[in-house]
Write a protein that binds this ligand. Sequence first.
Ligand code: PMT
Length: 406
Amino acid sequence: MNALQGKKILLGVCGGIAAYKAADLCRMLVKEGARVQVIMTRAGREFITPLTLSTLSGNPVLTDTFDSAGRNPLIHIEAAEGADLLLIAPATANIIGKLAAGIADDLLTTTALAVTCPSLLAPAMNANMYAKEVVQDNLALLKKRGWGIIEPEEGVLACGARGKGRLAPLTAIMAEVRRALSPQDFAGRTVLVTAGGTREPLDPVRCLTNRSSGKMGYALARAAWERGARVILVTTATEVEPPWGIDLRRVETAAEMAREVLGLFPQVDVVIKAAAVADFRPSRPAAEKIKKGDQEVLTVTLEPTVDILAELGRRKEKQILVGFAAETGRALEQGAQKMKAKKADLMVVNDVTREGAGFGSDTNQVTLLYPDGRRDELPLLPKPEVAHRILDAVKTLPAFAESTGL
Ligand code: PMT
C-alpha cells in the first residue's frame, strides 16, 4: 500500500529559515508518487526560490492570488480542487495567526479556506515565539477545528538558542502525511508489536542472540500507526530508526520482553509477535568476564525462557494474537502446530532459508495461516508491504469487528 501514490498534495511554504527543508520534503513527497503543487508566501520566497521548488515538484509554483495579467481570480479555487492534502511546512507564527483568525489575504490563506481535504501544519520558529500564549492558543484553536499539528522538536535553532521550535524531522512529517492519507481502519485499536532478537547474557560482555534486525516488527508498527492505531513497540533492535508517533519500549532479554508484554496485555486489542525470542538462556550468567584460561572446552547450561506467545494464549480474553514462525524445514506444518499450541488467531510463517526472506533482509516471503485451515501464500514483497498484508488479514478476523478498543 502506497498512501501517497497519485495523491494531489498542496505544499505551503512560508517565510522561515526552515523553508530550505521544504525542498527535501517536496522531493520526498514526489518520490512516493504524490503530485505536488507548491504554494509559497511572499516571505517564503525570500528564503528559497520558486525555481527550486518548481524543478523538484515538476509544477510551476503558485505565488500570487491573481495571475500576472490579473485575469484569473480563481487560482485558489483551482488549486484547492481535487486536493487530497494541504501541508504547510514550515508554518510561521504569522500564518498560524492568520489561519486561526480566518484571514485570507494571500494565495496560501485563501486556498487554505477553499480546501475540503485534511490539513496539516508543521510549525517552525524561535522557541520564545513558539512558547508565546497567542501562538499556543492559535494552534489549540486550529487543532480543535481539525488541523493536524506536527509539533516542532527541541534543539539548537537558527538564532543559536536552544529550545522547542525546530521543524519536526522530515521523516516525522512524511509519517504524518502517510497517516493522513491512509484509511484509518485501525483507529481506536491499540496494537502491540514486538521486534528484534532477544539477547541473553552469558557474562557481562557476551550474549546469546539471533539474526533478527527488527525490520519486520518496525514495518508492522509503522503500518498500524499509519492506519490509525495507537501502537506500542516492545523492541530489542537498536539499528533501526525509531518510528514516529509510536510508544517505544526497549528491552534486552526474553524475561524483560515477557514482563513488558504481559504487563501491557490487558490494555491492547492486537498483539503481533514478530520478535525472535530466545527459547533458552544461560542458566547462570557469569558475574565476571569468562576467561579462556587453559580450558579446552566451555560448557554452558541453558534453561528455557518463558514462551511469551503461549502465555498470552493462556491469558487472552478478547485480544487478537498474531504469531510468527521462523522455520528452516516443513515450515507450514511447524507453523500450524505452533498456532494451535500457542492459541494464535493468525500465524505468519517464514521459511527463512528462502532468498530474500526472514532475518535481516528488506523483503520477506510469508504464508498466512488461519485457525480454520485457510492459508494465503504471499509473494516476495518489501517488508512494509508484507506488514500491510498482515494487517489486512487481521481485519478479516471475526474478533477484529468486536475489538473496538478494550
Ligand atoms: O527482524 P527481521 O530481521 O526483520 O526478521 C524478521 C523475523 C524473521 C525475525 C520475523 O519475520 C519472524 O519470523 N519472527 C519470529 C521468529 C521466531 O522467534 O519464531 P519462532 O518460531 O521461534 O517463534 C514462534 C512465535 O513464538 C513467535 O511469534 C515468537 O515471537 C514467539 N515466541 C517464541 C519463543 C518465546 N520464548 N516466546 C515467544 O513469544
